[in-house]
Design a protein around this ligand. Structure first.
Ligand code: SAH
Ligand code: SF4
Length: 366
């Protein structure tokens, strides 16, 4: 299906559009007009760009679409975290989560509205604890489907999004080409216009792509889903560790430190009896300290079909205290937002299972 899809104007950078307009023999100022219609006036049909000549609109519409995603449902109240289920052209689903200011780590600006976007349908990396990986990998999202999540949620919610985290379904670094293009469009002042410092890309640790992202030279933030402070523990729950063991990941992170303009964060989900020993806490502290990384601890969010559990809150606090005392900036994420946000993939799993698109995941034991 994806190979027959018409290209979208939402997948074009300003430079791409300049080439398109030039090849159509049109005047360069049309580029600004078109971008204005897409990102300022927010039309979703080429025919509605009323001050663009009809002939040009026709030519564009023959070759391109401006179609965004279909909104299926929204879960959650307006003043809390809202989870949107969106339908793609080929009938598959993705999830996008809008997180308002009062949720997340401390000290953030009052007006912060973060969107947690998906980068793939499913995920090939198969982390044992994760709903997105449960039904395997279907396909990459195209740039317009990544941008479309932002535009669609802004349209439905009436909110202006000013932070983006790539922490929804999928492994963004495994879809690097489309991620790269989407980042150009999101950070472009002519485009979605969200500053690089307000974008956070989360990865399970794809070392070569970490280096590529560092080479963009922007102040994009990076989150590493560590979830195990030693190869032994990490490998048990994250198959990616076989491909890129800690040594290689650390090497890429050192590259990040010298080439990018941002620090990075270690995300560490606490799963009862799996990675929550105090020895892991000490190892994690050592690793974070040597790389000057911050640590974000997240009590595991139960996934339907999986038997992993979160540790008791006091245990999480004790774990956090060990890391903190070693001199590492540490946060233990509070419950509120992450119930919906961190479990991205579950809503889509439910919908696609109900429609018979995928089979119900088999219960997995530790
Ligand atoms: N593939 C990327 C980004 C998507 S996952 C990555 O792995 O980083 C976003 C974050 O949610 C990751 O840190 C992931 O490990 C975490 N996560 C997945 N399932 C979770 C769950 N059930 N509870 C808490 N966090 C979860
Ligand atoms: Fe994929 Fe990230 Fe889930 Fe692992 S945690 S299966 S990499 S989405």
């Amino acid at each position: 299906m994806s190979s027959t899809v018409k290209p979208s104007l939402l997948a074009q950078t300003k430079q791409d559009l300049e080439t398109i307009i030039d090849e159509l023999g049109e005047r360069p100022y049309r580029v600004k007009q078109i971008l204005d219609w897409i990102y300022t006036k927010r039309v979703d049909k080429i025919e509605n760009m009323s001050d663009v000549p009809a002939k040009l609109r026709e030519k564009l519409a023959e070759e391109y679409t401006l179609h965004t995603l279909e909104h299926i449902s929204v879960n959650g109240a307006k003043d809390t975290t809202q989870k949107f289920l969106l339908k793609l052209d080929d009938g598959r689903y993705v999830e996008t989560v809008l997180i308002p200011a009062n949720i997340g780590d401390g000290g953030i600006q009052a007006e912060r509205r973060t969107l947690c976007v998906s980068s793939q349908v499913g995920c090939a990396y198969g982390c044992k604890f994760c709903a997105s990986g449960l039904a395997g990998f279907t396909r990459n999202l195209r740039p317009e489907e990544i941008i479309g999540q932002i535009l669609t949620v802004e349209k439905i919610s009436g909110e202006k999004i000013n932070n983006i985290v790539f922490m929804g379904m999928g492994e963004p670094m495994a879809n690097y080409k489309n991620l790269d293009k989407a980042l150009d469009i999101i950070t472009g002042q002519w485009g979605v216009n969200i500053g690089a410092r307000r974008i956070n890309v989360s990865t399970s640790g794809l070392a070569p792509q970490i280096k590529l992202l560092a080479d963009r030279g922007q102040q994009i933030r990076l989150a590493i889903s560590l979830h195990g402070a030693t190869d032994e523990v990490r490998e048990r729950i994250m198959p990616v560790n076989k491909k890129y063991p800690l040594k290689e990941l650390i090497d890429a992170l050192r590259y990040w430190k010298t080439h990018s303009k941002q620090k990075f964060t270690f995300e560490f989900i606490l799963i009862k009896g799996v990675n929550d020993s105090f020895d892991q806490a000490r190892q994690l502290a050592k690793l974070a300290k040597s790389l000057h990384a911050k640590v974000n601890l997240i009590p595991y969010n139960t996934v339907e079909g999986l038997e992993w559990e979160r540790p008791a809150l006091q245990h999480c606090k004790d774990f956090a205290a060990i890391v903190h005392k070693a001199g590492v900036t540490t946060t233990l994420r509070n419950e509120k937002g992450h119930d919906i946000a961190a479990a991205c993939g579950q809503l889509r799993l439910k919908q696609e299972t109900a429609e018979g698109i995928i089979e119900a995941p088999v219960k997995t034991k530790k």
